[in-house]
Design a protein around this ligand. Sequence first.
Ligand code: ZN
Length: 190
Amino acid sequence: MSVIPIYNCFHPILKKKTTLITDIDDDLVKFANDMFDTMYNADGIGLAANQVGKSVSLLVLDTNMIKQDKPGQKIAMINPEILSYSDEEVDYQEGCLSIPKFYEDVSRPSVIDVLYWDLDGNEHRITCDDILARVSQHEIDHLNGILFYERLSPIKRTLSKGKLRKIEKGDYEHNYPMIMPNGTFIESND
Ligand code: ZN
């Protein structure tokens, strides 16, 4: 098991769009498995590659990390792209491993169609609803350099400024290894 430090949301790598993956080799498969380890270690349900310092279009998710009345899905997506969105939107409280202990309701389309490649290089087109639609949209946003607080209403964003400033300064507790906005490594302080 290999746990990788998670980058604080104010580190510049998280504002950069990731690059497409052209070659699936052993290193990439190992990296994806390390991402799963890192996500489970932090009790997350999704993680994007740039959150652990690699600016490539890869995300992992496991919706079993949230209690549901149906079996969850564990997926690694290479170069995911959202092909279509439902008109209907739903509110759901989101959090993010790069923004510790910050939770806010975000409105997003309830159903999406996603195209991606798996670690064996097979192409998939899937329809995502419920929590899978939510996590996929949150993580694909990461791959495009978008953080979930940027999707809050202007009022909510204004009200969140104080909390976000504290996170930018590293003034919070976390129980998994992190890289601060200035590049400093902190094992954990919880
Ligand atoms: Zn996130």
